[in-house]
Design a protein around this ligand. Structure first.
Ligand SMILES: O=C(O)CCC(=O)C(=O)O
Ligand SMILES: [Fe+2]
Length: 452
């Protein structure tokens, strides 16, 4: 896959070249992987496969026009990471044009599956229905009922209310403005180890795809209480996990991992979603650990390995579906962002969540169709905003892993690239530079400590 683009951008690009109705996103993704990320070859393969089945010809525009609700497209994106995979500084001129009509790409990603394509054999998705299965098959662990029930409920209500004011991320995809099909917010923790407010401002701006924001909110009380519990679960896990050379080896002796920021998402109803992405590493650095708390309505968390180019002929990726109930914690351990993409797909149906406690004493309990997700993250001091290289457009670049050509965990490659395209009416520069930890003065990583 071309990791200069997030998956959704590639899918949209493929869709624009199709002369058939775009098939299911998973089919398109398989085709992309099969074609080693070559967009034109993928479209050709899908077109040929469809023609051979004598499918009716249609192009994307006519297909979009035929879609029942002609609302603008919302793209499940790459987050801060990716959604982050969408983040960039927005010139004020572009900001003004954000009021122009946005394009809704959701239909592309939830088009009905085409008939099985025999040219593209794929492994069936695997449901990982308990923590053991998750740990055995993925670089994640799943932890159930992690917070005291009252705290989980209090945090759910607090975030649900706050989410009414959260925004959908918006960014440019070629000549159109698209928006994410969920609402999001970014929080910084007090006494966080990242120095100035200005630093946080840039990091927050990145989260919102470069949109100017107020200074990020601090963790609300209930989030702070939850964070302390989440940190202790993560640190318990880290005690018996294999660690990777490029992981942060900070100066905290007692605590291996801590969170200094959090990003929150609200998915309302069954159709709100986030597309396949790996989290951008701009402030996380290589081999990050990300702790993701789920509250409210149960949704599926989907993981899929990116098969390295040299193994494409040898093995195929499998899709893993992990149901995330209320009050569960998914830890995406180090190597997850390097080797896997994740998503929260739209679903045909969801079960409403019925809180165990009322929002206020004596109040009636209301069922909810919302899932709140809080990802606790550690922004590394050696990736502080002032140290992020700027591209020719003059804005901070984005750091991505070379997922297709993974090394041996010491020799993995990451690159800084221009992120302006997502905001500057689709126009960026071609800035591209390999991350060089030593030359850029970053670290210490675990391998530096081991050598010392
Ligand atoms: O909602 C989730 O569980 C995933 C969110 C996510 O991937 C992100 O914010 O980067
Ligand atoms: Fe993510």
């Amino acid at each position: 896959m071309d990791d200069n683009h997030d998956t959704d951008t590639l899918l949209a690009l493929v869709s624009s070249l199709l002369i058939i109705a775009p098939p299911d996103a998973v089919v398109m993704l398989d085709a992309l992987i099969e074609c080693n990320g070559d967009v034109a070859a993928t479209a050709q393969l899908l077109n040929q496969a469809a023609n051979s089945r004598k499918r009716k010809r249609t192009n994307l525009d006519s297909w979009l026009l035929k879609s029942p609700n002609q609302k603008p497209v919302k793209i499940p994106t790459d987050s801060e990471h990716s959604k982050s995979d969408k983040d960039t500084a927005v010139p004020s001129s572009s900001r003004a044009s954000m009021n122009s009509q946005t394009m809704d790409l959701m239909p592309i990603l939830r088009a009905p599956p085409s008939k099985k394509n025999t040219a593209l054999p794929q492994l069936p998705p695997l449901l990982l229905s308990n923590p053991n299965l998750v740990a055995q098959n993925t670089p994640c662990t799943l932890h159930l009922s992690v917070l005291p029930p009252k705290l989980a409920c209090r945090l759910f209500y607090a975030m649900l209310r706050a989410s009414e004011g959260w925004q959908r991320n918006k960014w440019w995809l070629f000549d159109r403005l698209v928006e994410s099909p969920h609402r999001t917010a970014f929080f910084a923790r007090k006494d966080d180890g990242v120095d100035s407010n200005e630093s946080w401002q840039q990091a927050a701006q990145f989260w919102y795809n470069g949109r100017m924001t107020e200074a990020p909110d601090q963790f609300p009380t209930a989030m702070e209480e939850a964070c302390i519990i989440v940190e202790s679960i993560v640190n318990q896990e880290l005690k018996h996990r294999n660690r990777f050379p490029l992981e942060w080896a900070g100066d905290d002796v007692d605590q291996t991992w801590r969170a200094n920021v959090a990003a929150s998402n609200c998915y309302e109803g069954s159709k709100e979603a986030v597309g396949f992405h790996s989290d951008q590493m701009t402030y996380l650095g290589p081999y990050p650990t990300i702790a993701s708390l789920s509250l409210g309505t149960e949704r599926i968390f989907r993981l899929r390995e990116v098969i390295p180019t040299d193994q494409l002929g040898v093995r195929r990726a499998r899709t893993f579906n992990i149901p995330l109930p209320h009050n569960s914690l998914t830890i995406m351990h180090a190597s997850c962002q390097e080797g896997f993409k994740h998503s929260v797909p739209p679903q045909r149906a969801i079960d409403l969540y019925r809180p165990a406690f009322p929002e206020h004493p004596g109040a009636e309990i209301q069922a909810s169709n919302c899932r709140i997700n809080i990802t606790f993250r550690f922004y590394r001091p050696d990736f502080r905003p002032p140290t992020i290289p700027r591209c020719k457009c003059g804005i901070p670049t984005v750091l991505r892993a070379d997922m297709k050509n993974r090394g041996d965990a010491r020799t993995d490659r990451y690159w800084w690239s221009c992120y302006a395209g997502a905001q500057n009416e689709g126009k960026g520069c071609n800035y591209w530079k390999l991350l060089d930890m030593k030359a850029e003065g970053r670290g210490p990583c675990l391998c530096d400590k081991q050598q010392a």
